[in-house]
Design a protein around this ligand. Structure first.
Ligand code: SAH
Length: 207
């Protein structure tokens, strides 16, 4: 899996070594274990999915871009099964990961127990509000896509920080998601829209 991701153009050795360290098969149901190292998204229950390794690697590399050494505090919206959160905890000083579905929040806690990641904080709540107590963040990453990036995320991003999230572009049958990168600079925010992606929808409230 790591060799494939590296062939696809991921060069950041920190990201590749984090992918090497975290065993993806521990985050999927036993019936799917034999597919865990393929470049595919997989169901994790409650209608949600663990993202494709190539997309996880791409987003993580974008997040680390321009930072030498460890990232500072990171906020993740959409813990899901906890896989991306585990990778982030190897790359950042502190990670706050929020999930709105209690069932998945609990599943992630179980999946992550064996790793004993002291700098990873799993939170149950509506990530559309961000998590003000951990702000400002050096990086914010979302694994679910809405029509726009909530203002709370931009407010909670540190100056010099970077946000990577899928957003919906267009409307009706032409609606498509693309990766959005937002860099917060002293003079304002700079946005770049990158390639198309497919993520589950960003929803408000908890369930
Ligand atoms: N990074 C995850 C991907 C999970 S899929 C992993 O490695 O498994 C995206 C997740 O975002 C889903 O679990 C979904 O419930 C969650 N989500 C959607 N909207 C949310 C919100 N407003 N707050 C928190 N989590 C949200």
């Amino acid at each position: 899996m790591v060799a494939r991701v590296s062939k696809q153009g991921i060069t950041d050795t920190r990201v590749l070594s984090a992918l090497q360290s975290i065993e993806r098969h521990r985050f999927v149901d036993s019936a799917l274990v034999n597919q865990a190292y393929e470049d595919t998204s997989l169901p994790i229950g409650l209608g949600q999915t663990i993202s494709k390794p190539s997309v996880v690697a791409r987003m993580t590399e974008l997040l680390c871009h321009g930072v030498s050494g460890k990232l500072g505090r990171v906020l993740e919206i959409g813990t899901g099964c906890g896989y991306q959160a585990a990778l982030l905890s190897l790359l950042a000083s502190e990670v706050y990961s929020i999930e709105r579905l209690r069932g998945l929040h609990e599943k992630a806690r179980e999946n992550l127990r064996h790793l004993r990641l002291a700098n990873l904080h799993l939170l149950f709540g509506d990530g559309m509000l961000g998590y003000a107590k951990g702000a400002p963040y050096a990086a914010i990453i979302a694994a679910a896509g809405g029509d726009a990036v909530p203002q709370a995320w931009i407010d909670q991003l540190a100056i010099g920080g970077r946000l990577v999230a899928p957003v919906v572009k267009g409307s009706g049958s032409g609606a498509q998601q693309a990766l959005l990168v937002i860099d917060k600079t002293p003079s304002g925010v700079r946005q770049s829209v990158l390639e198309s992606v497919h993520f589950v929808p960003l929803k408000s409230g908890i369930a």
